[in-house]
Design a protein around this ligand. Sequence first.
Ligand SMILES: N[C@@H](CCC(=O)N[C@@H](CS)C(=O)NCC(=O)O)C(=O)O
Length: 207
Amino acid sequence: MIVYGTSVSPYVRKVLVSLFEKDVAFDHKPVPFHADDPGFQAASPLGKIPALDDDGFLLADSSAILHYIEAKHPSPVLIPTEAKARGRAVWFDKYGDTELFPVLIVPFVERFLKPRLMKQEGDEAKAQATINEKFPPLLDYIEAQIEGDYLVGGAFSIADIAVATNFHNLRLANFEVDGGRWPKLAAWVAKTLDRPSFVKAIAAAKN
Ligand SMILES: N[C@@H](CCC(=O)N[C@@H](CS)C(=O)NCC(=O)O)C(=O)O
């Protein structure tokens, strides 16, 4: 099994965390998006990362890949089977990808990606405005949703993976969740990103 995509990507990190949780062996090709690599191009019709090649079976999109991995390697369960927990887990996976990512990625782009990786000047005013104006309702919502140690059904799941992955990029952007304002979220982020699967995914090759 080959996983394509640099571990700097929150979407790639979802796949790496899932494979580490399930102790599935894989090769990692940490390409950037739209890379020239022919194997990657064949696996990713849109040129986005992540993409997967499992012995010739090609698949793109982090959520599609997580569902594929779950079906092939069901233990430990990361997509709950109980109806309500399943519904909420899929909701949080989608919420992380489509609602959190576009907003939470802004400080990462302006403070880390542009200056550190693209050798361009970042727009600090844009980063700050996003944090001040767009972060609070998103963080308030997650704060209200955390049940004990996890987001869904009292167990670690794709919900935790898909939401927490965005918070590592925020750390790279020197943003930490304010534990005074969002105590449950701050504790959950710290605990989730400290899981061995996240630690290994974060340490995985970047290029
Ligand atoms: N829905 C896709 C989104 C993947 C995605 O947008 N990845 C970014 C990198 S973090 C990318 O490849 N961007 C290039 C582009 O949008 O053309 C998934 O879940 O895998």
